[in-house]
Structures are given as C-alpha cells and as structure tokens.
Design a protein around this ligand. Structure first.
Ligand code: SF4
Length: 269
C-alpha cells in the first residue's frame, strides 16, 4: 500500500505481556507473515488506528512505498492470538478508531487476514481492510465479511497504464469493486497521483463517472506521490524507476480533486 507518512512503525512482534481477550470462535492458532505494526495510524481509516502490515504483495507498483513488504516469505510468523495480544495493549485509543489491515496486499494471506478481522470484530473493534483488490472473490469473501470498511486503491483507470504501473491487470480490481457494490460494503477510494503516470485527466474523469454508480462509496482520497520509499528500494537493491517525477503541484492536486467531486462524494487530499 502507499503510505503518505512513509512510516511503518513497530516491527511485527508480540507484546511483552500477554493481554487477555474474549474467547473466540476463530482460528487463533492460525499463523501469518507480519511485516510490522503502527500503533497510532491517522491516515488508514476513521479515527486513530492500529495498523497491521501483512507481508507479501503480488503487485509491482512503480511507486511502491513498501517494497520490503513484497516478499511473502519474509516478515515475522505470528499467530492470530499473538497479533491480537499486541492490538489489545492499545485498546484505550482504539475505541475512537479501530484496526486496519494493510501491507503488502493483505488478501494475499486471505485466511489469516479474515481470522484477524474476525477476532477484532469479536472485541467490538472497527475493522478496515486496505487493499488493491487484486484477489479472487472466493478468497476475499471471508475477509470482506469481517471488514467494516474497505480502503480500495485503484491505481489507474486505464488498463494499459494500470499494467505498466503494477504488472497485474485492472479487471481483477474492478471485479472486486463490483463485489463491494453488490455487498453494499462501505469503502473509500484511494488514488495516488503521480505526475506523468496517473495524471491523465480524461482517465480520471472516466474513473469519477464510474465511481458515481457505487452507492457505498463514502469518500475519495487523492494521495500526492512522493519519493519516501526510494531509500528502501535502494537498500533492497531494486532499481527505483520513479527518479524523475516531482511531487504533483498544488494546482494539479486541486484539479484532480475537482474532477473526483463529480462522483458526488467528499474528496480529500
Ligand atoms: S500494492 Fe503492493 S506493490 Fe503496490 S504499493 Fe502496495 S505494497 Fe507496494
């Protein structure tokens, strides 16, 4: 996922002391690969969030902020119970926000993601799923059942440009969006604005028209591209492809926000 703040917080690990929580009918012993936690996330859903970044992503976004999240074999292997113990240490501030699963692509570990979301809901916590939507609907079903909100990235509405940016096809994400509509699932659309790559205004108009037909879409976030992930790419020995574009200027951001307002939803940046 694309982080505005460039931070990932605490490396994945369970807390020093064991927190007690309600017995659950979820697979508490199920294990997954966890990249890290962020304990006071303010940009990944409503209120203050505990953000769990899961390891692994099938996309290869040129502007990826978290290239160290890509490899599904990395990260710490933790059980649902261990992650919940960490989350429940932060209960005091989570009452005004909740828990967000991000990554990487959290649905790459769809069973683990679904079990974590279910465990959070069982504690009365609001849950959000931050996803590219690149997942089969079968695999996404349980995680969606236990998500109160979805943060959906559509990285471009032009299929060729989407492929160039991510190396996967746009159709899978659009099918995921249609599933959100079918389920009346509340969601926020997130659009990363990269000069020269995702600033084609005609394509953005088409995306805005498309989104107008999604009653459960609550808001649109325009996220101006920045290069805060560049040092991670270099540390991993990956060639960073976006050395040239500067962050979008304010007038471009405003123009894109105005276009998205035609979808009839609040637009933020
Ligand atoms: S979807 Fe994957 S490759 Fe793309 S920005 Fe997010 S973590 Fe990086």
């Amino acid at each position: 996922m694309f982080r505005q703040d460039g931070l990932h917080g605490i490396p994945g690990g369970c807390g020093q002391t064991e927190a007690k929580f309600m017995p659950l009918k979820v697979e508490e012993s199920l294990k997954g690969h966890v990249h890290s936690y962020e304990s006071m996330g303010a940009v990944d859903g409503p209120g203050l969030r505990f953000v769990v970044f899961l390891q692994g992503c099938p996309l290869r976004c040129q502007y990826c902020h978290n290239p160290d999240c890509r490899d599904p074999s990395k990260g710490r292997i933790l059980s649902v119970h261990e992650v919940m113990s960490e989350i429940l240490h932060h209960l005091s501030f989570l009452q005004t926000g909740g828990v967000t699963l991000s990554g990487g692509e959290p649905l790459l570990q769809h069973r683990f993601a679904a079990a974590l979301l279910q465990a959070c809901q069982a504690q009365g916590l609001h849950t959000a799923l931050d996803t590219s939507g690149f997942c089969t609907l079968d695999h996404a079903a349980d995680a969606l059942d236990h998500s109160d909100l979805v943060l959906l990235d559509i990285k471009s509405f032009d299929p060729a440009r989407y492929w160039e940016l991510t190396h996967v096809d746009l159709g899978t994400t659009l099918r995921f969006a249609e599933e959100l509509k079918r389920r009346h699932k509340p969601f926020w659309l997130r659009y990363v604005l990269v000069p020269g790559l995702t600033d084609d205004l005609q394509s953005i108009r088409e995306l805005s028209q498309y989104l107008a037909d999604f009653p459960s879409l609550e808001r649109i976030d325009v996220l101006p591209f920045h290069k805060m992930g560049e040092s991670k790419w270099e540390a991993l020995g990956y060639p960073y492809q976006l050395k040239s574009p500067p962050p979008p200027d304010e007038s471009l951001v405003r123009e894109v926000m105005d276009i998205f307002k035609t979808a009839g939803r609040p637009v933020f940046s």
